[in-house]
Write a protein that binds this ligand. Sequence first.
Ligand code: SF4
Length: 247
Amino acid sequence: MTDRLRVYELLFEQHGPQGWWPSESPFETMVGAVLTQRTAWANAARAIDGLRAARLLAPQRMRAEPVESLAARIRASGFFRTKARKLHALCGFLSRYGDDVARLRAAGAARLRAELLAVHGIGPETADAIMLYAVGAPTFVVDAYARRIFSRLGEPSAGAGYARFQAWLLDGLPADTELLGEYHALLVRHARTVCVARQPRCERCALRRRCANAGRTQPIRPTDTRAACRRTGPGRRPHRARCRVRG
Ligand code: SF4
């Protein structure tokens, strides 16, 4: 079984602190978690800059902004009409807590995560990013990068569903918000610069002595990620029977 803490230590030695999440307030972090869905962070950051310039990075002001106008402000993030509706839904949710992060924290992690998942446009990955980086709850953000790295390391849990893979990750780590936030950022950095999708740069990888796939250059199979499942498209049969990641 992969030593999750040792993987963290090796990644930290290789890449150093990542300084996530880059934001000026918990609300800005929440907004960023929505805006970065299905796009690169650079695009989300440009959209956030636009919101800041328009003085909309406050829940009460964003709530008062019409969806069409909000969408125009976040055009840089892509899917801007959908994301504007999601942001409005998020702001509506926050109003139930008086826009107060301290009250969110006081609600308790399990209840708050369940409530976030009921908000339009917030799935497990976004909810956990909000929980970890905005609320300060010790959880793990599971994404395709974490799956890629741990599956290449030879860890069978990387092929499990979201909740099971997350539980396995958390089981091997201290409940330390700072460490968990750094860990997610390090996995993203490593997957983008070293353990890339095609032809990973194993000779530069701090994990190579622990990796079942070190030195192999084949891309991972398309059935290894949920993103691939989504690529089957509407109306087409998903490949559940042979899918390694179905939970
Ligand atoms: S040794 Fe290669 S395949 Fe394994 S984690 Fe590192 S870069 Fe990825």
